[in-house]
Design a protein. Sequence first.
Length: 68
Amino acid sequence: MDMPNDEDVSVPAPSLAEVVRDKLRDAGTPAFLAELDPDEAALAGAFLEDALTLGEALDSATDLAAEA
């Protein structure tokens, strides 16, 4: 039986989600610098906007009501 050589074997490329998962796991290693491209960072949630709006910030400032 013939053994396949390196040219006969193809390995599918990892998906973007798999790459991000591996990089995030690597990022937990002390002194290891894991670099993510913009698409990877977006998939990891790095650019998730969850800041308060001005109205939400004013509503949460309970000390302002006491001064009025």
